[in-house]
Design a protein around this ligand. Structure first.
Ligand code: ZN
Length: 94
């Protein structure tokens, strides 16, 4: 059986453990549905990545769940449209 050579004080143990703690993941916000998403990953709520639909999220849902999810996504889209600043084309028209 292995025997420790020296006694580790509580402060020594604590000092070494200080560097082993789990850091919180950096989350971005999905531009389509405004849910937190890991960077460089597909949003699992709406199935979009870089503006393209990658996963059809609504495929495996029941009719009732589909309705609710579609409503959520549409509402989030509406909010993003309101907040987004005018594009150059829109500015030139005005
Ligand atoms: Zn999303």
């Amino acid at each position: 059986m292995a025997v420790p050579r020296h006694k580790h004080t509580r402060s020594k143990v604590g000092k070494s453990r200080m560097h082993k703690y789990i850091k919180s993941a950096h989350l971005n916000v999905c531009p389509k549905c405004k849910k937190p998403v890991l960077s460089h990953t597909v949003c699992l709520n709406c199935g979009f990545y870089k503006g393209n639909e990658v996963i059809n999220v609504l495929a495996d849902l029941t009719k009732k769940e589909k309705k609710v999810r579609e409503k959520e996504i549409k509402q989030a889209e509406k909010e993003t449209k309101k907040e987004s600043p005018l594009t150059m084309e829109e500015l030139s028209q005005k």
